[in-house]
Design a protein around this ligand. Structure first.
Ligand code: ADP
Length: 247
């Protein structure tokens, strides 16, 4: 059996009486690239918020890793340190620094935020940065100012920065929103590459992207799990068509 890296059990999120997520279950295997889809307001982003500790569920549990550590009540920074990285839609990069300098900062943060200020890079760090630049396709732009990159390149820069911090799970919120077709395609390929080592949960609205790159899809509707399966199975489901695909 595939090993489980994340398990959300019966998660309910209550915003002053409004249940944005209700009894939601989600199990993620190691090395999985999971797409979380559903209409606006379905509770997808709230689920990512629960997993990374930004929002606390009223009911339910989030268990992480092979030994199923209960992270439900842990603080956001503790969860990040345990190995769950969250990327929001707006990239948080240092626009006035170069691509390389952004990566240096991410590398140093890997050794703890407080040590990062004075930390010096080691030879092996420089090698890791070089490999990471290559992986996200920014090797030839290492000396560019991050602010001068295209929208897609900024997203890859941030994904690269996250990867330098060696998370076990990446949570991505609409990574291809606003990207060109070419950038979207490259992002899909990058995610396939990342999943060789890490697990990924992607909240996504771009159905063509999901169709091209998803092996397994979770559909949410009104805070609940509506359907799980391959994109084919999901698309054939009448309830999914009704609430989401508009057929
Ligand atoms: P999705 O990502 O699927 O579009 P969200 O998780 O963002 O959905 O939101 C689910 C529902 O919860 C929406 O109706 C949204 O308005 C509501 N919601 C999200 N965050 C809050 C909040 N902080 N306070 C109150 N309601 C919220």
């Amino acid at each position: 059996m595939e090993s489980v890296i994340l398990q959300c059990d019966e998660v309910t999120v209550d915003f002053d009486g409004f249940k944005a997520v209700q009894g939601m279950n989600l199990t993620l295997a190691r090395g999985e690239l999971r797409f979380l889809i559903g209409p606006n307001g379905a509770g997808k982003t709230t689920m990512l918020d629960v997993i990374c500790g930004k929002t606390k569920p009223a009911v339910g549990k989030v268990l992480f890793g092979g030994s199923r550590v209960d992270i439900t009540r842990k603080k956001e920074h503790q969860i990040a340190e345990l190995g769950i990285g969250r990327k929001f839609q707006t990239p948080s990069i240092f626009a006035s620094l170069t691509v390389y300098e952004n990566f240096e900062i991410a590398m140093k943060q890997n050794r703890g935020v407080f040590a990062a200020m004075r930390a010096k890079l080691r030879k092996e760090d420089a090698e890791r940065i070089a490999a990471q630049l290559d992986m996200v396709g920014l090797a030839d732009k290492a000396q560019w100012r991050a602010g001068g990159l295209s929208h897609g390149e900024k997203q890859w820069l941030e994904i690269g920065m996250m990867l330098l911090q060696e998370p076990e799970i990446l949570l991505l919120d609409e990574p291809v929103a606003g990207m060109t077709d070419n950038e979207t395609e490259k992002t899909g390929e990058l995610l396939q590459e990342i999943r060789k080592k890490q697990s990924i949960v992607v909240v996504e609205h771009d159905m063509e992207f999901v169709r091209n790159f998803a092996s397994f899809v979770t559909v949410m509707h009104e805070g609940k799990l509506l359907k799980e399966g391959s994109m084919d199975e999901v698309q054939r489901d009448d309830r999914v068509a009704e609430v989401y695909l508009g057929k």
